[in-house]
Design a protein around this ligand. Structure first.
Ligand SMILES: CC(C)(COP(=O)(O)OP(=O)(O)OC[C@H]1O[C@@H](n2cnc3c(N)ncnc32)[C@H](O)[C@@H]1OP(=O)(O)O)[C@@H](O)C(=O)NCCC(=O)NCCS
Length: 280
């Protein structure tokens, strides 16, 4: 089936909005849509001259797949069969894809794009609509949530979680640009954009409601008009605290978690975050 992206976007959005029974061609349309997502030809967000534009219809297409999907058992020969909607099978890889998937319980759903040179340590999970660029390391217990966009040579450290768009309603894709380090146990959610070469220290959490205190420029970063918190290029963000407002909190000496930009990347940060080439 050949069609322009604009045509496909209109068709998908129309089918999604139509609450009546889906027409017979809907599944063919969905299969075409998911194969383009799988090959990276369409993406949940695109960078246009440095600005990220979210393609909201992609989420509609994925949700359409859940409406079309029928519950089924897959992988019948395994002692641990799995059960899912038939529209969301696992992605299939071959040696020529040049993706290293180390054995031990990782999964990638069909409709996720995974570039050559990506390394997945077990167990890790890449959900539908995600995009993972060349040379990125997805370490153990890491989640690349639905529609999350991850650039090239990113290190998604152990137990780091990049949130997805499927729930809650209205969630935006998380975007991680090239050469970023996401430290262990980070949680990055709800449309957060992390610009090139930024470093998130271990245990940093950011949602659309999280103010980020830039101690270098003495500013507070809050979500922008599109609903995204944007971490600047080269920022080094660590997990901090601040006093909580209000008389009760003051009396109890309460503080609240807050991410802090303590510096912008320098030689010391480069040395601390350098990747081990022999692992690649
Ligand atoms: C952020 C990180 C890279 C350090 O960067 P750096 O540029 O070397 O930072 P510096 O050592 O110059 O520290 C700058 C300031 O932030 C503080 N700081 C640095 N890292 C911190 C952290 N993770 N949490 C809290 N404070 C931190 C330092 O104490 C220093 O403050 P000070 O000047 O008042 O002492 C490192 O702390 C980190 O979190 N690395 C990721 C580790 C990881 O998750 N590995 C995953 C393996 S799977």
């Amino acid at each position: 089936m050949r069609m322009t992206t604009e045509y496909l976007a209109d068709e998908i959005a129309g089918l999604y909005d139509d609450q009546s029974a889906l027409p017979p061609y809907a599944e063919e349309m969905f299969n075409h849509f998911i194969s383009l997502l799988d090959s990276g030809e369409i993406r949940a967000a695109e960078n246009c001259n440095g600005e990220w534009r979210v393609n909201h219809w992609i989420k509609k297409g994925i949700l359409l797949g859940f409406r079309l999907g029928k519950f089924q058992q897959a992988c019948t020969e395994s002692p641990f069969p799995y059960f899912d909607k038939h529209t969301f099978p696992l992605k299939t890889f071959s040696e020529s894809d040049m993706v290293r998937i180390v054995p031990g319980g990782s999964s990638v759903r069909r409709g996720a794009y995974v570039a050559q040179g990506v390394i997945m340590m077990p167990p890790s999970y890449i959900n539908v609509g995600a995009y993972v660029g060349r040379g990125t390391m997805v370490d153990s217990h890491a989640l690349i949530g639905s529609c999350a966009q991850v650039g090239e040579k990113v290190h998604v450290s152990a137990a780091a979680q990049l949130g997805g768009v499927l729930e809650p309603i209205g969630a935006l894709p998380v975007i991680i640009e090239d050469d970023v380090l996401i430290g262990g146990n980070c949680g990055i959610y709800e449309g957060t954009i992390v610009k090139r070469r930024a470093v998130l220290g271990a245990g940093v959490f950011i949602t659309a409601s999280t103010p980020v205190y830039d101690c270098v420029n003495e500013t507070i970063i809050r979500k922008n008009e599109n609903g995204s918190v944007v971490i600047p290029e080269n920022a080094v963000v660590v997990a901090g605290t601040r006093s909580l407002g209000g008389a009760f909190a003051h009396a109890q000496n309460l503080g609240i978690y807050t991410p802090l930009i303590v510096k912008y990347r320098d030689n010391r940060t480069d040395a601390r975050t350098a990747l081990e080439e022999s692992l690649r």
